[in-house]
Write a protein that binds this ligand. Structure first.
Ligand SMILES: [Zn+2]
Ligand SMILES: [Zn+2]
Length: 123
């Protein structure tokens, strides 16, 4: 809040020195900066790794490979595998996702093609 007060004092000084038009312009720039910050926050939330929950909802709490079923309390044991290996490919219909238990997921990635895939985050 101190920066706001300082900004206000700055605006008053600028207003005295350069007239009202200058002061108004400065205020609008601050408002734009705040809007830009808000937009950034929204974007961060929207791009969070919420595809995991989406995939569990679409495909259910069951491993697509060994058909092992999980209780909601054990949902963390299921991981979301990207069929094409591309973490950024997250279609809303879940067509690129596969719910795999940790064992099957590791097995899936130990087959060479996607071997280096787990060196990043699990997907
Ligand atoms: Zn499995
Ligand atoms: Zn995977």
């Amino acid at each position: 809040m101190i920066s706001v007060i300082m900004g206000g004092l700055y605006n008053i000084c600028m207003g005295l020195l350069e007239g009202r038009r200058r002061k108004k312009k400065k205020k609008r720039n601050v408002a734009e900066a705040i809007e830009a910050l808000k937009a950034m926050n929204v974007r961060t939330e929207a791009t969070g790794a919420d595809y995991r929950e989406q995939s569990l909802t679409i495909h259910g709490l069951i491993c697509a490979k060994c058909a092992r079923e999980f209780e909601p309390k054990d949902r963390h044991l299921l991981t979301v595998h990207h069929k094409d290996g591309n973490h950024r490919n997250n279609p809303k219909d879940g067509s690129n996702w596969e719910n795999l238990c940790v064992d099957c997921h590791e097995d899936e990635h130990s087959r060479g093609l996607l071997g280096d895939y787990l060196s990043g985050d699990k997907g």
